[in-house]
Design a protein. Sequence first.
Length: 404
Amino acid sequence: MTDDFERMWTDLTPVGRSAASGGYFRQPYRGAERELRSWFLEQATARGLRVESDPAGNVVAWWAPPGVSGPGVLTGSHLDSVLDGGAYDGPLGVVSALAAVDVLRSRGFVPARPIGVSVFVEEEGSRFGLACLGSRLAAGVVPWRDALALTDRDGISFEDALSSAGLGAETYEPWDLAATVDCFVELHVEQGRDLVDRGAAVGVASEIWPHGRYRFDFTGAANHAGSTRMEDRHDPMLTYAMTALAANKQARLAGQRATFGRVEVAPNGTNAIPSRVTAWLDARCSTDAGLASLVEAIGGQATDRAGRDGTSLRVTAESVSASVAFDASMAARLAADHEGGDWPVIPTQAGHDAGILSAAGVPTAMLFVRNPTGVSHSPEEHASMPDCLVGVSALADTLERLAR
């Protein structure tokens, strides 16, 4: 079974990888991500799994031996990446799930309920701006009509992107989660150093911090960079710059997270004062109230500065996810009674499809695989092969417990 995982991982490694940076560009419905989806379908077919898909491109491959039916145990993750991302975020969960099914079969285990391996689309929100879009559609928390109207940075609509990938439909029926999914467990590379500090190869998630993406539109007056006196300017770049510093300060004071990671400037000329700066804030906090307070504080300072700069500001919440507490009894059950001792139960500050399904009422758990540097959403993201194989074994054990 070790060979199965390593072979699959070798197949995936070059797909969508940048020769310049070593990072991955696997955006939804584009070449690399579509190649990975085809690869997954081939793997499912080779294993004799029953494949189901929906108009958004979400896929589940079910292992249901004869006579086995009813709500199943779902696992899996996603295959898309952030821009210039790492190899492990998402694909590790998909490859490990397929390998875990292989392990269970090699043990002679026959599940009492179906086991499904899922691939959710647009988990990162790197193309259409809404994180976990595929699982949100599947859970019925985003209307199909609203999703179709989303556009990417090139102005291509979600509807047109689906059509170009041979997907889409006029209507969309959310999954009947109560009838098809008994529980969901997602394996993921850890996006931090908690497991490194604990000296543990795997862990179980306790919760996901609340987080959101907020669009800040700063508007000013374009003018000449040379002939316009400093005191005569209405420069939105200054307002944005102060806002980025304010976000850093407010997050540090509160012990939370705030990041401006994307900026667009118009007209984007070297010798011109901008007329507009659009920036996206990613904010994450340990509580829902803390998140609201942090964003309010940043927005308040930005508004005050805009008044002094003679600019204007509009803040739009594009995607907000409330805190998620995973099923505590399920986490405790999965973490306990292992040969090497109990697995640690830890929180995560990153969003996941598991959080969407948990919020939709599905009993949900997550397994994390140790990341030696803690770096994620970067070409430097990593997990050692021995730890990945421990993760496969841990996922197989977990699925066996849940599907007995």
